[in-house]
Design a protein around this ligand. Structure first.
Ligand code: ATP
Ligand code: 5RP
Length: 339
């Protein structure tokens, strides 16, 4: 007699419900993540992958749907930000197949070489994250269950994109500089409006904590910290508490590090939103508690004490990942929604 496999997720949990509905033939849930190149799309959605795990989540990049590779673009002068420089209709058709639970050959682009790779067969998982420059364009809207837009301040984007493109993508400094310059207007023209179709907008600015300091700034943390805004539409989910415990005694110690957490109810495009602001050095112990509370909500065991790739990230990024993942998990757990 075969050994019965233990259930992968706690009965009655969100992870169990996600796996179970998928195993019973329900369609995968598609999450769209849009934003400029180098804005942090991958970084800020990795929390969803880390929390739910590879058994529940897979990821697709729409960069494979560019019409031209890097060398061809250098000749033609076309920009990948131009929707017409991409096979968006083909991408929408492929995503529609995946949404039906059908495996699809997804075209791929290798940024290290600036060339296309052979397509790879993508077998649907319960949740599929789709990242790209145009993911929230109208052709994808009806396919998406949740939409995230990542919008980095030009100064932040410049620093991240320049470093990444020169160190990892083989660009010379001058070409990286000129691309960043020419893309500023293209972002406004072709990409920025997608934020108005998003369920969550993440904005990243240089740290603003220095502006709150009195006469002299001890540690304005400008080089290492970012001011992150997460704009979410409030939900009606009735759920248990999520704790983010902060030890007040650390705030009066000499070695105290600057940090700020605020929630500002606001209006965005004519509707009420909650805007969470995070800046500075997040207390690590509080972050660990928050992550484990979210994992418990999902129905996954507490994170192992060993350092995972995600846990090696700066605490503010980990905290932002949780703030991006949480509205999506809340959306899934709302009875009127998919799970
Ligand atoms: N909070 C952060 N602090 C420091 N570096 C960051 C942060 N967020 C992202 N980065 C860096 O910025 C670069 C771009 O981030 P990421 O790859 O997430 O962007 P992307 O929008 O997915 O880019 P692309 O679409 O061009 O692949 C990466 O090298 C990443 O390590
Ligand atoms: O906008 C981008 C998304 O990352 C890239 O510039 C685009 O995908 C082309 O890639 P590369 O610059 O590596 O040829």
């Amino acid at each position: 007699m075969e050994n019965a496999q233990p259930p992968r997720f706690a009965e009655g949990s969100l992870a169990h419900a996600l796996r179970d509905r998928f195993d019973r033939g329900q369609r995968p849930l598609l999450v769209g993540v849009a934003g400029d190149s180098g804005s942090g799309k991958t970084t800020y959605t990795e929390g969803i992958e880390w929390l739910l795990g590879a058994d529940l989540v897979s990821q697709i990049s729409l960069d494979g749907y560019h019409k031209e590779d890097r060398a061809t673009r250098r000749q033609s002068g076309a920009s990948p930000l131009d929707p017409n420089a991409n096979h968006l209709a083909q991408a929408a058709a492929d995503l529609a197949q995946l949404q039906q639970g059908i495996a699809v050959d997804i075209p791929r682009y290798d940024h290290r070489q600036g060339q296309f790779l052979p397509p790879r067969r993508h077998t649907p998982t319960p949740v599929i994250l789709i990242e790209g420059l145009h993911t929230l364009y109208p052709e994808f809207q009806s396919l998406l269950d949740f939409r995230i837009f990542v919008d980095s301040d030009v100064r932040v984007k410049r620093e991240w994109k320049f470093t990444r493109d020169t160190q990892e993508r083989g660009y010379a400094d001058t070409e990286a500089e000129s691309q960043i310059a020419s893309r500023a207007d293209e972002f406004e023209k072709w990409l920025a409006d997608q934020q108005y179709a998003a369920d969550v907008v993440v904005r990243i600015h240089p740290s603003t904590l220095g502006t709150l300091a009195l006469d002299g700034v001890e540690d304005d943390c400008n080089d290492t910290c970012y001011h992150i805004e997460v704009i979410v539409t409030p939900n009606q989910l009735s759920q248990g508490s999520l704790y983010f415990p902060v030890d007040l005694s650390t705030m009066t110690r000499q070695e105290a590090l600057p940090f700020m957490l605020a929630m500002i109810p606001s209006r965005f495009q004519g509707h009420g939103v909650n805007v969470l602001h995070v800046d500075g050095h997040m207390p690590l112990a509080a972050l660990d508690t928050l992550e484990n509370e979210i994992r418990q909500f999902i129905g996954k065991p507490a994170a192992p004490a060993t350092t995972t790739a995600s846990q090696a990230l700066p605490p503010t990024i980990r905290f932002a990942q949780m703030l991006v993942a949480w509205p999506f998990l809340g959306h899934l757990a709302t009875p009127t929604n998919a799970v």
